[in-house]
Write a protein that binds this ligand. Sequence first.
Ligand code: MG
Ligand code: MG
Length: 265
Amino acid sequence: MIFLKTEDEIELLRQSNLLVGRTLAEVAKLIRPGVTTVELDRVAEEFIRDNGAVPTFKGFPNPNGGSFPCTLCTSVNDQVVHGIPSERILQEGDIVSVDCGVLMNGFCGDSAYTFRVGEVSPEVEELLKKTKESLYLGIQQAVHGKRVGDIGYVIQESCESSGYGVVREFVGHGIGHEMHEDPQVPNYGRRGTGPLLKSGMCLAIEPMITMGGRQVYLENDGWSVRTRDGKCAAHFEHTVAVRQGKADILSSFEFIEEVLGDKAI
Ligand code: MG
Ligand code: MG
């Protein structure tokens, strides 16, 4: 069941998503060689709670039992998504995808950004640029009257035509009172197929793009998803409201990119 949101509900979703953007900016301030991912998590959780919200990932149930232990997903290099923050020390040349979700005033925020740790290779930098670019191409399709498949089609087309892999096992989603609502929003698809997009639908669009093959596997921790060939993957995510003519981006990378300055992707 797809829930359409009222203008008031969309504004509450925007507030939650802006808090996610500001949380990711706090994380951005700390990312450098030598920092552990659990340190990023500690700062993010404190910031979210200080702002009167709760982290939605923490305690999120795993279909195979147990629940997610942290506030952030921190996925390093060949980890695609759902990496668990740990004592792992980030190294010069790593990339780290940081995904963050909050619940505030009954509405969820969900957004992700892939950061460079120091200098990365030109190939990896290109992967990040391409993934982010494909997110915005997808967002351009999130308008009243199009279909979910139009979003997936442009993301898949732009990434695969450049030789990148598009992960199939994990997808974007509707968002509202719940972090994951209908419809699913795959990063692949055919034009003119899938559920019809209507004004007031709120979607998290989140391409997960690999430098090599698109095959992934689940690590023994039951959460972290890794590329099978060990090549890097990137993940950028925005929450948007479908509108007539132009999507309304409810989350924001502006706070992050203010921190990163000319090191922004
Ligand atoms: Mg997310
Ligand atoms: Mg999401």
